[in-house]
Design a protein around this ligand. Structure first.
Ligand SMILES: [Zn+2]
Ligand SMILES: [Zn+2]
Length: 266
């Protein structure tokens, strides 16, 4: 009975993560079509691959989340709290920052490990197969990488108290940044990626450069570790991705023109 309840909780979480991914990536893919028409032209096979890997990752993400959610409900395992006054109100924003910083730290160091040649070949190459990444690449990870991503937030709930609403905000930020960082264009205002704040915060302009160079810019939310460890490569631009898109479109047009000429012969 207990086993069935745990499996049901894990499957429910996997479904939530999967649907959340499809909705958020779908919304930002639609925004990309509106803002930069043709940016994803010719990438359909890659996008299908990105969605496949991402849904497999969603399944994996659901397991530790589902087990912990069950343990929280049944045995009070985690430090997630519902009463907003259980801790001082100033702790709410602090807890969000603590989670983001801890997640960023975990991501930075596991991501650097992913870039060691052997691990890159076995696992992380899946994520870098997206050239250039799209809004659908947010969870396109090899299962090994998905496991490293899936365990961190559930583990943090065992050690750092957080209000259920603040946890929702952390997961929301995680999802939106995961998608927008791979979208192929910058959606955030300039102050978030340039200037004083931009020097510390990661948005698409920073992560795109990681995908261009295959090294450096390993962080997730903050440039703190990259700057401290000398791996910050600065912010990139999207000209290469946009030139590639134009080239793919021209090739597509050329193929269509040839096909039209071919059919005209008959
Ligand atoms: Zn990488
Ligand atoms: Zn990436």
């Amino acid at each position: 009975m207990v086993a069935i309840a745990i499996v049901a909780s894990a499957l429910a979480m996997s479904a939530i993560v999967g649907v959340r991914y499809l909705l958020v990536s779908g919304v930002f893919a639609a925004a990309t079509r509106a803002r930069h028409p043709g940016l994803y032209d010719g990438l359909s096979p890659q996008i299908r691959r990105e969605i496949g890997w991402s849904l497999a990752s969603a399944l994996i993400y659901g397991v530790p989340a589902g087990v912990l959610a069950w343990g929280w409900q049944q045995h009070g395992w985690t430090l997630i709290y519902r009463d907003v006054h259980a801790y001082p109100l100033w702790y709410l924003p602090l807890s969000v920052l603590l989670y983001l910083f801890a997640h960023d730290t975990w991501f930075y160091w596991t991501h650097r490990w992913m870039h060691t040649p052997r691990v890159f070949r076995i696992a992380h190459a899946v994520h870098h197969d997206s050239r250039p990444p799209t809004a659908w690449a947010a969870m396109a990870f090899h299962p090994i990488e998905a496991v490293t991503g899936a365990v961190i937030i559930p583990l943090l709930t065992l050690g750092i108290p957080i209000h259920i609403g603040a946890l929702g905000l952390v997961l929301g930020i995680m999802t939106v940044m995961g998608v927008t960082n791979h979208m192929g264009w910058e959606i955030f205002p300039r102050f978030m990626w340039a200037g004083r704040l931009g020097g510390w915060v990661i948005t698409a302009s920073h992560h795109q450069r990681h995908h261009d160079l295959y090294r450096g810019n390993y962080g997730l939310y903050f440039r703190f570790w990259d700057r401290l460890c000398g791996t910050d490569k600065g912010i990139g631009d999207f000209s290469r991705a946009h030139t590639q898109a134009r080239r793919r479109r021209r090739r597509g047009d050329g193929a269509a023109a040839l096909a039209a000429r071919g059919s005209g012969d008959f």
